[in-house]
Ligand binder design. Sequence first.
Ligand code: NAP
Ligand code: ZN
Length: 349
Amino acid sequence: MTIKAYGAHAGDRPLESMDITRRAPGVHDVQIEIAYCGVCHSDLHQVRSEWAGTLFPCVPGHEIVGRVSAVGAHVSGFQPGDLVGVGCMVDSCQHCEECDAGMENYCDDMVATYNSPISDAPGHTLGGYAQQIVVHERYVLRVRHPEDQLAAVAPLLCAGITTYSPLRHWKVGPGQKVGVVGIGGLGHMGIKLAHAMGAHVVAFTTSESKRQEALALGADEVVVSRNADEMKAHSKSLDFILNTVAAPHDLDAFFVLLKRDGTMTLVGAPASPHPSPQIFNLIMKRRSLAGSLIGSIPETQEMLDFCAEHGIVADIEMIRADEINAAYERMLKGDVKYRFVIDSATLAS
Ligand code: NAP
Ligand code: ZN
């Protein structure tokens, strides 16, 4: 089926309206009419070829929510009309150690929602800046939030799970002091989730304008990280830091805030490396540096259900599809409170 989408033909070209085709649903497939798609900084990294290996045309988008319009003959878990979501992956090998453990996100053959090679035309996956998507049922999530929150649920499919997964893995909870660095799409979800898990949350931002807002998001304290005195006040006090910053920066400024045995987990994925750390900042307090990639399908469902139960959604600014290039420029300036979401109805016009 031919549908409308928004994407780019080269890394130095703006995104534009284009026609793409989706496969007819196979026996295990769910066909989804996309209502909204969040705009992740990864979309920008990939479509502008900041990361290696972008395949064109590139249609980004992996924070997808919508309604099921058709299902294959062997699909048992979903039916037309269901509210569903699709995140960063649409397939994996389904038989490796990672898939067997329910951690498809770490499968070497994980098929990302966009930019992964597949046999269907044009030879790679095309993402959620589109009217419709067809996905194997294993990779479709159930949305249990009220329907009027659907647009604000979309960012949970990447920003939500990418912050939820490390917070759970490193067992963040009551009695712990947790730092969230970079208050963008991921960071603002990190604050909400760590707060809901019962931790004492310290938000670290470069933007003075976010100082008050971070408190409203659920932070107990806010530090403007350019201010050395404010940083020093938290020296050797944090149990865990979730670092979401989308650009290279001095990691040592944050390591020294960890107490003994503290961990800083990087989820931000800038195109070029960070200039640090100093080894001694790790050795002296047995600190750890870690990374984390999105989250598994079962964990994504757990996160969506946790958010529905706790009334958690993203803070969003809705845009038309033809506003995407301007939205990217604003995202680069940290000028988004806190996630752009494309209204898919505007793709048709
Ligand atoms: P975003 O909305 O643009 O937020 C990034 C935040 O980082 C900014 O709002 C800003 O917060 C802070 N920042 C400080 N200096 C910056 C600079 N020079 N350039 C850009 N940001 C700067 O991005 P996002 O969608 O949250 O994504 C963050 C990163 O995570 C991206 O690199 C993305 O590719 C990556 N990511 C990784 C995964 C994963 O699985 N590991 C999943 C999704 C996304 P302040 O204003 O508060 O300083
Ligand atoms: Zn993302």
